[in-house]
Write a protein that binds this ligand. Structure first.
Ligand SMILES: C[S@@+](CC[C@H](N)C(=O)[O-])C[C@H]1O[C@@H](n2cnc3c(N)ncnc32)[C@H](O)[C@@H]1O
Length: 265
């Protein structure tokens, strides 16, 4: 009798990183991911644009930190599937000697991590298979690639909402406290301040499909991550409003993804 071995990547079930990849127009997704992605799009059509804006925020902030703040090292926790313009590509396009450590706990991301290791020869990248909730391991492993006595850009985009309770503040503090003065922190976090019930329904559907549920926080709760740090202008805002690349007529549309950059004094 023929026997089909189980699919270790469970492509028959929706997976959060592949749904996100689908919204970004990527190729690493399957029919189950697309069906769930479309269902969430139907309640919150803006969610695809939010994923795209999250990556655009990454490009703008990493460029800012490399060009204007002189950073040459980044610790990117909750990396996600490789896509266009990963952190090292953005940083190394400005400063090829930049070093980047990627961290994620998802075996699917680990399986694709090779695409994150194509560093420019002058720089270096590495991948750490670790959990955000274990900052000591992250810092210990990162020290193999980064010089933690020099400023680091700590990148926490779309990941803190995966920690449901207030332990998340201690985790961010544990990471930041080990970085020297002049280090910067970049965070994006989903809220329901702009789109209310539609955002809450989208999150409900996502959480039903995902083994990695999301907890929304208010902008005030997101602002607490930056306690003790110096916020860079314009502070914590809906991400399309953070130093938009091209001047627009009026303010860019608000969306329920808030972000900021801050410097450790
Ligand atoms: C929504 S994606 C964000 C990807 C990317 N940072 C971005 O903003 O485009 C969230 C990522 O965080 C990872 N993640 C979630 N919880 C985590 C944890 N406890 N430790 C490490 N990574 C985690 C997921 O595996 C996923 O790849």
């Amino acid at each position: 009798m023929s026997h089909t071995p189980p699919d270790p990547l469970r492509t028959d079930e929706p997976h959060s990183a592949r749904i996100y990849d689908y919204w970004l127009g990527g190729k690493d997704n399957y029919p189950a991911d697309r069906a769930m992605g479309d269902s969430i799009l139907s309640v919150l059509p803006m969610i695809g644009a939010m994923a795209v804006q999250n990556r655009a925020f990454l490009r703008r902030t990493i460029r800012f930190l490399t060009e204007e703040r002189g950073l040459r090292q980044f610790l990117d926790v909750g990396t996600g599937l490789p896509t266009a313009d990963n952190t090292h590509q953005v940083a190394q396009s400005v400063a090829p000697e930049s070093r980047v450590v990627y961290v994620d706990h998802d075996p699917l991301v680990l399986a694709h991590a090779r695409a994150l290791l194509d560093s420019a020869p002058a720089g270096r990248t590495s991948y750490v298979d670790a959990d955000l909730r274990d900052p000591e391991t992250i810092l210990r492993e990162a020290a193999g690639t980064l010089d933690l006595s020099e400023p680091v850009g700590l990148v926490l985009l779309g990941v803190l909402f995966h920690v449901p309770d207030d332990t998340v503040y201690g985790i961010v503090h544990a990471l930041v406290s080990e970085l020297p003065s002049g280090s910067h922190v970049v965070i994006t976090h989903s809220t329901d301040a702009a789109t209310g019930p539609a955002m809450r329904e989208a999150v409900r559907q996502w959480n039903e499909a995902s083994s990695n549920p999301i907890t929304l926080r208010t902008p005030d709760q997101v602002a607490r991550f930056f306690d003790g740090l110096d916020l860079v202008e314009p502070g914590l805002v809906s991400i399309p409003r953070w130093r938009p690349a091209t001047p627009e007529v009026g303010e860019p549309q608000a969306m329920d993804e808030f972000g900021a950059v801050a410097r450790k004094p």
